[in-house]
Design a protein around this ligand. Structure first.
Ligand code: SAM
Ligand code: SF4
Length: 318
């Protein structure tokens, strides 16, 4: 029995008075990279059992769920994964989601490896914004941080393609790990400063005890910001909206904006306005709400009960 859509103007808030405005949708649990901070090769070997095709939510199910969330106040959708561009016919899903009347922002987070050939089709389908993950410009370190699967030149080509397709300015996510890429952040900024793209540095988070997380590998945003400020003075910007995950700064010399997502040292759960449909189809609600609900329609719930792992919650937001 489909869930009836609400049309009344009094949109619900959670027990802490937070309206749910953002929904992240994981369209596939697979990824072609093995970033050590997310899907380390030893936990996700070549024979790892990802969801089979029939176990994934179908496009019509995702569309229906998104419409239900939109009727409850969600206005922004973000497609993510795994690697969302591994999902066949993603532009078709984008086309379906773009026609939901209440949705005014539709975004994608991608590792960029498959983007160059799809950027135009995604734009034509109604995708509004793209965030790309680029942890370093150094080819060797990029190899390490993608588990030996990624190539930075391909991702830079994808950035050009996204720009040509009309997606500029892009957001560029960079997870910083001490002793791995933290000495390369200034090179990354040198490259993107003045381009209009917004680099956001993300503290390395624990994602459910499966990524060998260690506090001494986290570079606190405050430390990173001081390092950057010493080279290019920064000025703080006011948040665009209350639940924004990134603290925004601008280069004092006018070379554009950067952001810091301090999920470890300054958690922002209190202002969270985000729900997620996870890699295994389940709905994750903000902290202290009702936890996790299956996103599979009841008839499909029995098909498979897998282990849930936590997803990096706010990192791909905004
Ligand atoms: C899970 S990925 C999914 C989308 C796509 N595969 C990508 O990498 O952009 C979404 C974002 O989460 C970030 N992320 C993954 N694991 C993380 C971790 N342990 N700590 C902080 N950010 C993480 C990635 O860098 C990426 O920007
Ligand atoms: S961060 Fe993205 S690209 Fe890297 S392993 Fe996770 S899902 Fe794949």
């Amino acid at each position: 029995m489909p869930i009836p859509l609400r049309s009344d103007a009094s949109l619900p808030c959670d027990l802490r008075g937070r309206a749910l405005t953002d929904l992240r949708i994981s369209v596939i649990d697979r990824c072609n990279f093995r970033c050590p901070y997310c899907m380390p090769e030893d936990q996700y070997p070549r024979d790892h059992e990802f969801l089979s095709k029939p176990e994934r939510l179908r496009f019509e199910e995702i569309e229906r769920l998104a419409a239900v969330f939109a009727s409850l106040g969600v206005r922004k959708l973000r497609l993510t994964g795994g690697e969302p561009l591994l999902r066949r016919d993603l532009p078709e899903l984008v086309r379906r989601l773009a026609r939901i009347p209440q949705i005014d922002d539709l975004a994608l987070t991608t590792n960029g490896s498959q983007l160059a050939g799809q950027a135009d089709a995604l734009r034509a389908a109604g995708l509004k914004r793209i965030t790309l993950s680029v942890d370093t410009l150094d080819a060797g370190t990029f190899g390490t941080m993608s588990g030996g699967r990624g190539d930075v030149a391909t991702v830079l080509c994808a950035i050009d393609a996204a720009q040509r397709a009309g997606f500029a300015p892009l957001k560029i996510n960079c997870v910083v790990m001490r002793g791995v890429n933290d000495t390369q952040v200034l090179d990354l900024l040198e490259h993107f400063r003045g381009s209009g793209h917004i680099v956001r540095f993300i503290e390395y988070m624990d994602v459910g005890t499966c990524n060998d997380w260690r506090l001494d590998r986290v570079v606190p945003s405050a430390e990173l910001r001081a390092r950057i400020h010493a080279r290019w003075p920064l000025l703080a910007l006011t948040p665009n909206y209350g639940s924004e995950v990134a603290q925004r700064f601008t280069f004092a010399d006018g070379a554009g904006e950067i952001g810091f997502i301090s999920s470890v040292t300054e958690p922002f759960c209190g202002a969270c306005a985000r729900a997620a449909i996870g890699r295994r189809p389940a709905v994750y609600l903000p902290v202290r709400e009702r936890g996790t609900q299956s996103a599979w329609p009841p008839a499909r719930r029995r098909q498979r009960r897998g282990t849930l792992r936590s997803d990096p919650c706010g990192v791909a937001g905004a």
